[in-house]
Design a protein around this ligand. Structure first.
Ligand code: SAM
Length: 292
């Protein structure tokens, strides 16, 4: 499978999925590829070395993560041009899905290498497959911004989205995210939290945002480990009472004084008049800074 003869055929970059918890999920083809390529580009070489040694594979490993990808890609492209096949893996799941590798794949293609997928586990598809929410159309939103204000803006921009939404989320932030979701989407929207998939303590908690938040609040173990948050799409966006509050405030602030705009926004959304007033003043301050 490996192209040992430089120049005989374009070399191949294999994008290889690895287990997200259960080692039994590695595919026969993934093992074959990992055992025969010249180099394995890995997000964390120690982690991948441990994984490979479980399967009796010793490989040449090169580190490729978010902070060195730009620097590492040229040398990997040179290897491909010399006819060496490369496997790209991340710590778990499918590379490039909220994981490094995009630049390498893009450059490999641009430089005439063959790029092949060796598909397998991904937390994204595993979670969708067990959540019990519609999967005929979905949007993957990756990780929400950790900063509260940015997270809220992102969520309010998504409140009318009719497709099922999938987020990766950290257990530390899940309660705050559920609270923000309830604000933007309404507490009755259906969600599922798929946790520790393929591992010993795998669970899927489903229900309205309100129900799921109360289950997580009362059971600390449900806030541990790795999790995927799946949110039902808005099934009636036109009749929806969900309003992009930030946008509404911005528009009102353009035509009314901060005091009137905050009063109207509070009437329309049920939000806090004083919060809105402070936001408008802060925004006016920022704009002032910018134009100064
Ligand atoms: N590329 C990976 C994939 O395809 O699964 C995802 C990488 S992303 C950096 C890691 C996130 O995936 C975690 O923070 C969590 O949200 C989710 N995740 C990974 N493994 C998981 C598991 N076993 N159960 C639930 N979620 C998981």
């Amino acid at each position: 499978m490996t192209q040992d003869l430089p120049g005989s055929e374009p070399a191949t970059l294999f994008v290889v999925a690895t287990p997200i918890g259960n080692l039994g999920d590695i595919s026969t083809r993934a093992l074959e590829v990992l055992a025969t390529v010249a180099v394995v580009a890995a997000e964390d070489t120690r982690h991948t070395r441990a994984l490979l040694s479980r399967f009796g594979i010793s490989a040449v490993l090169v580190s490729l993560h978010d902070h060195n990808e730009r620097r590492q890609v040229p040398a990997l492209i040179t290897r491909l041009q010399q006819g060496q096949d490369i496997a790209l893996v991340s710590d778990a799941g499918t590379p490039l899905i909220s994981d490094p590798g995009y630049r390498l794949v893009s450059e490999a293609r641009a430089n005439g290498a063959v790029v092949k997928s060796v598909p397998g586990p991904s937390a994204l598809t595993a979670a969708l497959s067990v959540a019990g929410l519609p999967t005929d159309r979905f949007v993957f939103e990756g990780f929400l911004p950790p900063k509260t204000s940015s997270r809220r803006s992102r969520l309010s921009a998504l409140a009318l989205e009719p497709r099922t939404l999938v987020f990766f989320e950290s257990p530390r932030r899940i309660m705050a995210t559920l609270a923000d979701l309830a604000d933007s989407f309404g507490a009755g929207r259906r969600v599922a939290i798929a946790r520790e998939l393929t591992k010993h303590f795998e669970t899927v908690v489903c229900g309205s945002i309100e129900q799921v938040a109360s289950i997580l609040l009362s059971d600390e173990s449900q806030r541990r480990g790795e999790l995927v948050l799946i949110v039902a799409g808005n099934d009636d966006p036109i009749a929806s009472t969900a309003i992009d509050k930030e946008f509404l405030l911005e528009v009102l602030g353009e035509v009314l004084s901060p005091r009137s705009a905050s009063r109207v926004a509070a009437r329309l959304t049920g939000g806090g008049k004083n919060d809105y007033y402070r936001k408008l003043l802060a925004r006016a301050g920022k704009d002032g800074d910018r134009s100064a």
